[in-house]
Design a protein around this ligand. Structure first.
Ligand SMILES: NC(=O)c1ccc[n+]([C@@H]2O[C@H](COP(=O)([O-])OP(=O)(O)OC[C@H]3O[C@@H](n4cnc5c(N)ncnc54)[C@H](O)[C@@H]3O)[C@@H](O)[C@H]2O)c1
Length: 295
C-alpha cells in the first residue's frame, strides 16, 4: 500500500514516520522545501531517540528512512497513492482546495483522509467526487508516541473505508477509536471545554495557575494540567476550536473565556510565543509561572 502525507509540519513528519516505520512506502509532500528538509531531520532525531530507548534497531532506522520520499507537488505526490493523509495547516479554505487537488490527482479508489482537529469531514468530503472515500484520521501529538487515532466518519463515509482505516491504524501499533462527524469530534469536544473552564477559574480568581494545574494533575491523575496543556497546544488553536464548537452547536456554553480572547489578541499564544499561562525560556520547555498570573 502506498501512502502520501500532505504537509510536513509537526503532525505530517510524525505521520510519515509511523507509516514508514511500519514498512509502508511514503511520499511526504509540502509546498515548502525547507519544511521537507526539517521534517527529515526531525524524523532522523526521533528515530535515534527510539534507538537510545532500545525500541528500534539501527537497521530498522535505515529501512524507515529509505521508505520516505519527499515531493514538492500534490499532483506528483499522490498519483500512485492508495491512501493520502492530509496534515496541512488548519485552515478550511486551504483544506478544501487541497482536497480538490487530491481528488483530481489520486487514483480511483484511493482513500482521502484528513488529520484536521476540528473542520467538518462532511464539508471536506463534499468538495470531492468521492465523499464515500473521505474520512478523518486524527493522530495525536507527538505522533510516534501517542497511541490514539480518532477516526471520524463523515456523513457519506463507507463502512468498508472505516474498517480499512481501523485495520491500518492497528498495523501502525495505534489504538483506533471510530466516532461520528460532529463539531470537535470527541477529543476536542471534551478537552476544550475543560481547558476553557480552567481559564474561567483563573479569570474569576478562584485559584492561580499552579493551583488549577496541580488540582487536575494530582487529583485527577492528568499527566499535565489544563493550562499547561493549553500552552502546548497553542492558545490561538484552543480559541479557534472553541469557536468551531460554539458556531457548530449554536450553544454559548462553548464561547471562549474573555481572558483567552485577550491573551490571543495580545499575542500570548503559549509555548510557541514564549508566553501563555507560563513563560518559556527560548529553546527550552522549562516552565516559569507567568508573572501576570502570580498571586
Ligand atoms: N499540532 C498538533 O498538536 C495537532 C494535533 C492533532 C491534529 N493537528 C492537525 O494537523 C494538521 C497539521 O497541523 P500541524 O500542527 O502539523 O501544522 P504545521 O503548521 O506544523 O504544518 C503544516 C504544514 O502544511 C504545509 N502546507 C501548507 N499548505 C500546503 C499545501 N497547499 N500543500 C502542501 N503542504 C502545505 C506547511 O508548509 C506546513 O509545513 C492541522 O489540521 C491540525 O489541526 C495538529
Amino acid at each position: 500500500m502506498n501512502i502520501s502525507v500532505i504537509g510536513a509540519g509537526t503532525m505530517g513528519n510524525g505521520i510519515a514516520h509511523v507509516f514508514a516505520q511500519a514498512g509502508f512506502k511514503v511520499n511526504l509532500i509540502d509546498v515548502n522545501a525547507a519544511q521537507l528538509q526539517k521534517a527529515l531531520t526531525t524524523i532522523d532525531k526521533n528515530l535515534d531517540r527510539q534507538i537510545a530507548k532500545g525500541s528500534l534497531t539501527t537497521e530498522q532506522k535505515t529501512n524507515t528512512l529509505a521508505n520516505i520520499t519527499t515531493v514538492n507537488s500534490i499532483a506528483n505526490g499522490v498519483k500512485n497513492a492508495d491512501l493520502v493523509v492530509e496534515a496541512a495547516t488548519e485552515n478550511t479554505e486551504l483544506k478544501l482546495q487541497i482536497f480538490k487537488q487530491m481528488d483530481e490527482n489520486a487514483p480511483e479508489g484511493c482513500i482521502l483522509a484528513t488529520n484536521t482537529s476540528s473542520i467538518s469531514i462532511t464539508k471536506i468530503a463534499a468538495v470531492t467526487k468521492r465523499p464515500e472515500l473521505v474520512i478523518g484520521m486524527h493522530f495525536m501529538n507527538p505522533v510516534p508516541v501517542m497511541k490514539l487515532v480518532e477516526i471520524i466518519n463523515g456523513y457519506a463515509t463507507k463502512k468498508e473505508v472505516t474498517e480499512t482505516i481501523v485495520a491500518l491504524s492497528k498495523q501502525l501499533g495505534k489504538v483506533p477509536c471510530a466516532v461520528n462527524d460532529y463539531p470537535g469530534f470527541i477529543a476536542n469536544r471534551i478537552l476544550m471545554p475543560m481547558i476553557n473552564e480552567a481559564i474561567y477559574s483563573l479569570y474569576e480568581g478562584v485559584a492561580g495557575v499552579e493551583e488549577i494545574d496541580t488540582v487536575m494533575k494530582l487529583g485527577m491523575a492528568h499527566p499535565m494540567g489544563p493550562l499547561q496543556l493549553a500552552d502546548f497546544i497553542g492558545l490561538d488553536v484552543c480559541h479557534s476550536i472553541l469557536k468551531v464548537l460554539q458556531d457548530g452547536f449554536g450553544n454559548p456554553k462553548y464561547a471562549p473565556c474573555p481572558l483567552l480572547v485577550n491573551m490571543v489578541l495580545a499575542g500570548k499564544l503559549g509555548a510557541k510565543s514564549g508566553e501563555g499561562f507560563y513563560t518559556y525560556s527560548a529553546g527550552s520547555k522549562e516552565l516559569v509561572v507567568s508573572e501576570s498570573f502570580e498571586k
